[in-house]
Design a protein around this ligand. Sequence first.
Ligand SMILES: C[S@@+](CC[C@H](N)C(=O)[O-])C[C@H]1O[C@@H](n2cnc3c(N)ncnc32)[C@H](O)[C@@H]1O
Length: 262
Amino acid sequence: MLKRIDVISLFPEMFEALKHGITGRAIRNGLIAVDVVNPRDFTRDKHKTVDDRPYGGGPGMLMKAQPIKEAICSIRERSAGKEPSAGKEPSAGKEQSAKVVYLSPQGQPLTQDIVKQLSSTQQLILLAGRYEGVDERLIEHYVDYECSIGDYVLSGGELPAMVLIDALIRLIPGALGHNESAVNDSFYNGLLDYPHYTRPDNFEDESVPGVLLSGDHKKIEQWRLKQALGRTWQRRPDLLENRQLSEEQQLLLQDFIQQFVR
Ligand SMILES: C[S@@+](CC[C@H](N)C(=O)[O-])C[C@H]1O[C@@H](n2cnc3c(N)ncnc32)[C@H](O)[C@@H]1O
């Protein structure tokens, strides 16, 4: 189970945003440790250079491999209980237990299944890129997994890293309060979430579905499952394509579809 996330970023202060809400509470309660290191602290020249021009020309700059490599080694050495030693040859590599995830528009699209898989690792090292990205050799030698948060390009990997961290923390037992649960969240069981209502029971002449006021927990559970199936069918039919529905689920979905087309 995930215990620690180390982030490598040129803008550590951006991760202050994680101090709020559910993520902040989980960190304060010691359910997960999140630390950010700046590759600038691992440069060796007096200007603390982290970027350089791309070979072959072209626009933009690239993040240099060496400061990132040393940041990864330092995180691994600290996790192994050793003091980081400057200039030492890497004891790191892809064989090490902490997985290095590079947030990149060229990576695998992030899904709840991938979040679940990553949450079973004890320690993750997230690499947030900047500029035109990272020297390819660093990716080849040190990155285990590339992950994209969508088919669009952002200016840096910090927001994608925080998206991943937030999704990971929601899955840590105890991170959500008593009244919150990831189990009903969209995608957790391969379905979209059912619709939710709160007080007042009448808003702009529209009432809350009667079953939710009935107090009959079995019926409420069934209604919610039917809505979750129906919503998924309406909005994300692709999620149902490879899914084997139980007999009860098939009946509920048929019922939803009949009411919908009537
Ligand atoms: C301007 S982007 C570089 C884009 C790169 N030239 C390309 O086209 O693949 C800078 C950094 O932002 C991050 N980034 C941008 N879009 C992303 C996305 N959709 N998912 C994850 N990370 C992203 C990556 O860390 C990337 O190195």
